[in-house]
Structures are given as structure tokens and as C-alpha cells.
Design a protein around this ligand. Sequence first.
Ligand SMILES: NC(=O)c1ccc[n+]([C@@H]2O[C@H](COP(=O)([O-])OP(=O)(O)OC[C@H]3O[C@@H](n4cnc5c(N)ncnc54)[C@H](OP(=O)(O)O)[C@@H]3O)[C@@H](O)[C@H]2O)c1
Length: 284
Amino acid sequence: MTHTILITGASSGIGEVTAKYFSQKGWNVAATMRSPHKAGDWAKAPNVMVSYLDVTKEDTIAAAIQETVDRFGAINVLVNNAGYGLNGPLEGISTQQLAQQFQTNVLGLAAVIQHVLPTMRGQKDGTIINISSIGGRIAFPLSSAYHATKFAVEGLSESLRFELKPHNIRVKLIEPGGIKTDFMTRSLQWATHTAYEPGVSNMIEMTANLNNNLPGPEGVAAVIYQAAIDRTDKLRYTAQPGPYLLMKQLLPDSLWRTVVGMSLNAHARTQVPESHRQPDRFPQ
Ligand SMILES: NC(=O)c1ccc[n+]([C@@H]2O[C@H](COP(=O)([O-])OP(=O)(O)OC[C@H]3O[C@@H](n4cnc5c(N)ncnc54)[C@H](OP(=O)(O)O)[C@@H]3O)[C@@H](O)[C@H]2O)c1
């Protein structure tokens, strides 16, 4: 039997590469996106269907799921990938920006799960894969809004797996480290506040430079595939996590805070003119 996967946010980055990966493995792929015109030639394959799905619009979620079931007859795996980062000091973030961040990364993800569950329960089988982040386990400065959403995704998933087990539906979390996609460029939103300058400006510059040195999303797609075919109850899968997650687990908190401060200041030293630097930008 050919399996079917539905992926949100398949227009770029991890979602797009994952859609291609599963298509090449012979799966039926419902590549959903809020901008279907962005789908590349890979989406013309006969086992791929592009559907409009904006995770903040419930009617589009329901329609895309129905389209997938009509076309392929099942949804075996859901990959909740759509998301973006909102960075900057909490004091500079408007309520509307914060709401939109949660609406997309948390409530949107939850809504897609709610809409796909009747299909998976009917099948008495399914796998829900939520794209979290190492930022759902550890937190870096000036990213409180984004971390709050990914910590929420971790809590939601960890609880959900228990209630879905009797229905033979598995829940998986993918935790990538920094990956070169549009995440840190086109998609990233920044809030700022004069009281946190020049720290925010330095961080914006550092983030842009960091992106060029990151691994591409192919490794994450391979981990998503492993999670999709893993029928055990394993919950968490790291993907290209980098060193920080392990360091956070091993180091005492005082040392961890020093490491975070040092690495940020080291980046700032290489990227930011001396005249703009401020030694206590990220106080310990
Ligand atoms: N890259 C990293 O370093 C990294 C690390 C850890 C976790 N992640 C997570 O990986 C996931 C994918 O990000 P990425 O790195 O692949 O970044 P990306 O290239 O910016 O892709 C994000 C995708 O999400 C879509 N999206 C955003 N809001 C949406 C909405 N309301 N409805 C439907 N789709 C929406 C975007 O659509 P448009 O093309 O229309 O904007 C795009 O397809 C995110 O959940 C992110 O938090 C990324």
C-alpha cells in the first residue's frame, strides 16, 4: 500500500525538501502551502498534490484535508511544519505580533491536528510529526516569543501522545538545530525597542551571517522520514542539533549562562564594528 503524507508549509525550506524526499521514496504527498504558486517543478510529479492551506485559516485546513483524502484515500502521516520566528525583546513586541506568532506556531498546529484526527481515528492508525526545535528545549536571548511557542509545541505533543495511543496514533517531535532555509532571512520577524539597543541590531546582523554557515534541510528531511516509519512510541528526534542542546544538559546553569553570553559576544565581536559594541549586552 502506498502511504500518504500531508505536510504544512511546503513552499520552502524544511517543508519543501521533506515533500521532495517523501515523493522520491514513492509516497503520496499532499504538499500544502499558503502560496501554492511557489511550488516548484518537483510538485508536478503524479504522486504529489499541492493544496492551499494557511494554518491560521481553519476553513483552508478542512478543505486541504478533504482534498487529500478524496485524492489519496488516507492520511498516514501529518507533518506540522509551518512556522516562523519572531525575535526581539518582549518589551518591544506588540500583543498582535505575539498573538500572530502563537496563532501560527501553536494554535495553527493544534487546529491541523484536530482536523486530521477524525481521519486517523477512522483508519485506526496514523503518525503526527510536529516540527519543534532545539529552541523548544533550550532558550537563547532575544527570542522569548519564538521559544514560548516551541516550548508549547513540546508540551502539547508530550501530553497528546498519551491520549492518542489508544487510537494507535503516534506523536513525534523533530528538534532541528540551526538550518539554512528562509527561516533566518525572509521569514524572520524582528521587534525592537530602544532600551535594548545596540543588542538587537547586533543580533540581527549576527543572525544574517550565521545563516550562511548552517547545514541545509536535507538532513532534517531524512530524520522526519525515520520518525514517519518508526512505529515505536519514541517521541523526540533531534536533527542536526549542533552542540548547544548537549551542553545545556551537561553544564551547571551558571556555566551554561556564561557559554551563551560568550558565544553571542564572540559573534558580535566578529560582525559588529567596535564603536557599536557593548560588553554587557547579554548580562550573565
Ligand atoms: N531553519 C531553522 O533553523 C529551524 C530550526 C528549528 C526549527 N525550525 C522550524 O522548522 C519549520 C520550517 O521552517 P524553515 O526553516 O523551513 O523556514 P522557511 O523556509 O521560512 O519555511 C517556513 C514555511 O512555513 C510557511 N508558513 C508560515 N506561516 C504559515 C501559515 N500561516 N500557514 C501555512 N504556512 C505558513 C512558509 O510559507 P510562505 O513560503 O508562504 O512564507 C514556509 O513554507 C518551522 O516550524 C521552524 O520553526 C527551523
